[in-house]
Design a protein around this ligand. Structure first.
Ligand SMILES: *Cc1c(COP(=O)(O)O)cnc(C)c1O
Length: 367
């Protein structure tokens, strides 16, 4: 592996399989169908591995719905905060179900969507989200309809609803409580539907998540309302499956030992900046502490701090953890930093590169 040029995202298939096995367990014991949220992870080179363990994909745009239809197959759900007139025919042609974000969008496009199962995004006004930026129930939220009477007025057009109001929620009791409140407010509506998608953001692949209680809760919900339940995991499907492999370009000391690497948070792991998180780096037990820094000119381009068993030197390789979700789909050409390749590690340890980027890709992203 040392001969692969850094930086590259490295998807570890056995690690990904652990999440897929959990998803299989949930499908089997809850009866829920599970769709991959492409906005989190859309690296289609591993779709062959994921396909047998998931029921399809869900999307947030025309391009995602097309990618899901062409590259993943199975059930393809189309959702968007707003579809444009010029997109709608292609969206409809590439989906099994279409979920509108507002009643106005439903009315605008219901004729164009005839023949497809139609749904509406329901915003219950309550959520589990640590950041206002990512809170679908924030004040003045545009994400979905909340008023039960307004929703009841379009019931005849609806087969289902999608509710996405969890974000990185690893607390089953909180999920259970939120779902209970939704049942109280929207029970009459739920009883008249064929399917309900409970969205993503449920951290069911986190260590120690009470899977059996979760499955029972989903099963009970499905039975009480006579609906097919869907889950739409992004992060939970790919957590801990991928690293960003980088090399040290420079080391220094400015009150802390630091190592500059051939990658960047802003360009390659943007959510670290947006959500003020740090990535796992180092082995956690060595006695040499380093701040791992990106190579853009952004002052706060820092991946995180970690412990290493030996002093770092130029040329050393470092793995940055948790690099699957919201990374490859968000990478960009900021500072013209070389875009990481994408590589896949098989169960036998062999690694193959499935995509490389070059100067030409940078040039062609602009004009
Ligand atoms: C973002 C999103 C998801 C996936 O969320 P994760 O937190 O990555 O599981 C699923 N459904 C909808 C509607 C979303 O907006």
């Amino acid at each position: 592996m040392q001969n692969l040029r850094t930086p590259y995202y490295l998807i570890d298939k056995p690690a990904l399989q652990r999440n897929l096995d959990t998803i299989d367990y949930i499908r089997k014991h809850s009866g829920a169908k599970v769709l991959l949220a492409l906005k989190c992870f859309a690296t289609w080179s591993v779709f062959d591995q994921m396909r047998p363990h998931m029921d399809g994909t869900t999307s947030s745009s025309l391009y995602e719905v097309k990618l899901g239809y062409q590259k993943f197959g199975g059930e393809t759900h189309a959702y968007s905060v707003a579809f444009a007139d010029h997109e709608i025919d292609e969206v409809v042609a590439n989906c099994d179900k279409i979920i509108f974000n507002s009643i106005a969008q439903l009315k605008r496009f219901e004729a164009a969507a005839q023949g497809k199962s139609m749904g509406l995004r329901l915003n219950p006004g309550i959520s589990c989200a640590g950041f206002d930026l990512a809170d679908p129930a924030r004040a003045y939220s545009r994400l979905g309809e909340g008023d039960p009477d307004r929703i009841l007025s379009v019931m005849d057009q609806l087969d289902g609803v999608m509710i996405h109001n969890n974000c990185e929620n690893n607390d089953f009791a909180r999920f259970d409580d939120l779902l209970g409140q939704i049942e109280q407010t929207y029970g009459t509506i739920l009883k008249r539907l064929k399917w309900v998608s409970l969205g993503g953001g449920i951290s069911f692949t986190a260590q120690g998540y009470p899977l059996d209680a979760f499955c029972q809760r989903l099963r009970r919900f499905a039975q009480d309302y006579g609906v097919q339940v869907y889950l739409e995991p992004g992060e939970a499907a790919v957590r801990h499956s991928t690293t960003l492999e980088v090399s040290v370009l420079d080391v220094g000391f400015n009150g802390k030992h630091l190592a500059v690497v051939d990658s960047s948070t802003e360009a390659h792991m943007l959510d670290l900046l947006i959500y003020r998180e740090t990535a796992p780096v180092g082995d956690g037990k060595g006695e040499h502490e380093y701040m791992i820094c990106g190579k853009t000119c952004l002052a706060g381009d820092i991946f995180g701090e970690g412990r290493f068993s030996a002093p770092l030197k130029v040329g050393d390789r470092i793995s940055i953890g948790d690099a699957a979700g919201y990374t490859m789909v968000k990478k960009n050409w900021f500072n013209g930093v070389h875009m990481p390749s994408i590589a896949i590690k098989e169960a036998d340890g062999s690694v193959r590169v499935v995509r490389e980027f070059s100067f030409d890709d940078y040039v062609n992203s602009l004009s």
